[in-house]
Design a protein around this ligand. Structure first.
Ligand SMILES: Cc1cc2nc3c(=O)[nH]c(=O)nc-3n(C[C@H](O)[C@H](O)[C@H](O)COP(=O)(O)OP(=O)(O)OC[C@H]3O[C@@H](n4cnc5c(N)ncnc54)[C@H](O)[C@@H]3O)c2cc1C
Length: 372
């Protein structure tokens, strides 16, 4: 006998868990999340947890609007998740300091100008002011842009809190259970298959990160999403040498409440290889010691890598898959999946439950790719 759900979500990363959470919160029932391994153990685990629309944003447009709106969700969400799950996601409003190194002045001026035009807070700091904020930084800097409204969270705790809150709302998670195919009839999806069983559902959401494309080949569709490896080096210190997230030209350092420092990150197109390389560790440690010379004699603790879902135009794909009724896609969040996870969940839940999201998703529709 087939198992019956109402909404089946494939993938238990930040995107899948956020969709399940906002659906359950909106009153949807019989929500099932299929996770091929363990909840939140892939890109969402490997991430640095920055919520950085201003430091990272490419410029005005729908993507920036989405990212800014995504960040606004975190204040209320962190409180809500603490209440529902008892987990603190460490939503830290420390701001991001983006150092301006030689030759980078023009780009920094332009970034500051378009952000000020949009009414966003951004400050140009001279070297003395930068060192007053962060005395441990190297001496040779031209200045910095300070984004006081870019924040960060503990991404692993975020996914744990989302999944615990989901469980308390009745969402069912099946770990160690990959979706391996779709039940498809009359141009509509009717459910999925796993190695053990057939699961029937009214709606299926594909949120399998960089593995989403592989699964869609079962429907003869080519989703333009591939893995982009990111490596991170980790150290932990009793006396935290930074009070802000710091960005240099070649990477960033993210301080955590426990004294952890995340030093990231590479962007590499090497297929599904999650290995950490000596070259990756060399590049990241060189960058970190150059930015904060006092790190040179601190201990190396560990390093890891994860696979970001990278789409052909680097924008996420959120919405119905054209030509397959009942199948929605939520992937391709590349470097911003933690920032955009909760908002993606909220908007897709609105689309599924109410028929219309509260923010227009046309710019992120999978239908923008004609070859799909
Ligand atoms: C080094 C690094 C640093 C990053 N830093 C940031 C940052 O600072 N800020 C930010 O916003 N973003 C950051 N990101 C990006 C962010 O982590 C990703 O965009 C986000 O985690 C993607 O979430 P996801 O749920 O789509 O994918 P994943 O977390 O990879 O989850 C997909 C899940 O689907 C499961 N799955 C796959 N195939 C199947 C199947 N057939 N059946 C069932 N389950 C399946 C997988 O096991 C996995 O658990 C970073 C990423 C990396 C790697």
């Amino acid at each position: 006998m087939a198992r019956i759900a109402d909404i089946i979500i494939i993938g238990g990363g930040v995107i899948g868990c956020s969709i399940a959470y906002y659906l359950a919160r909106a009153g949807a029932t019989r929500i099932l999340v299929l996770e091929k391994w363990r909840i939140g153990n892939e890109a969402s685990w490997a991430s640095a947890g920055m919520l950085a629309p201003q430091a990272e944003g490419p410029g005005p447009g729908p993507f920036l609007d989405l990212c800014l709106m995504g960040k606004e969700l975190f204040g209320p969400l962190s409180e809500e998740l603490k209440e529902r799950s008892g987990i603190d996601i460490e939503y830290l409003k420390w701001g991001i300091l983006s150092l301006i190194e030689e030759g980078g002045e023009e780009e920094a001026q332009a970034r500051r100008a378009w952000q000020e035009r949009l009414g966003l807070r951004v400050e140009w700091l001279w070297p003395k002011e930068v060192r007053r904020l962060e005395p441990g930084l190297k001496k040779e800097i031209t200045g910095a842009l300070f984004f006081p409204d870019d924040h960060h969270v503990d991404n692993r705790e975020l996914v744990r809190a989302l999944s615990e809150a989901c469980r308390s709302l009745g969402v069912l998670f099946l770990e160690g259970t990959p979706a391996v195919g779709f039940i498809f009839d009359d141009e509509a999806v009717q459910g999925v298959t796993t190695p053990q069983e057939v699961i029937l559902g009214r709606v299926v959401v594909l949120a399998a990160g960089c593995w989403s494309a592989e699964l869609l080949t079962r429907l003869g569709r080519r989703l333009p999403v591939k893995p982009a490896r990111g490596q991170i080096v980790y150290t932990e210190l009793p006396d935290l040498p930074l009070r802000h997230v710091v960005w240099g030209r070649d990477g960033y350092i993210v301080p955590r409440l426990n004294g952890g420092l995340l030093i990231g990150s590479t962007v590499e197109f090497v297929g599904f290889d999650k290995g950490v390389t000596l070259e990756g560790v060399r590049r990241l440690t060189t960058m970190a010691v150059d930015l904060v010379p006092g790190l040179a004699d601190r201990p190396f603790i560990t390093a890891w890598a994860g696979l970001r879902p990278h789409s052909e135009d680097t924008l996420p794909l959120i919405g119905p898959l054209p030509g397959v009724e009942g199948l929605l896609v939520a992937t391709g969040h590349f470097r911003n999946g933690i920032l955009l996870g909760p908002l993606t969940g909220k908007l897709l839940a609105e689309l599924i439950v109410e028929g219309k999201p509260s923010f227009p998703l046309e710019a992120f529709s999978p239908a923008r790719f004609d070859h799909l």
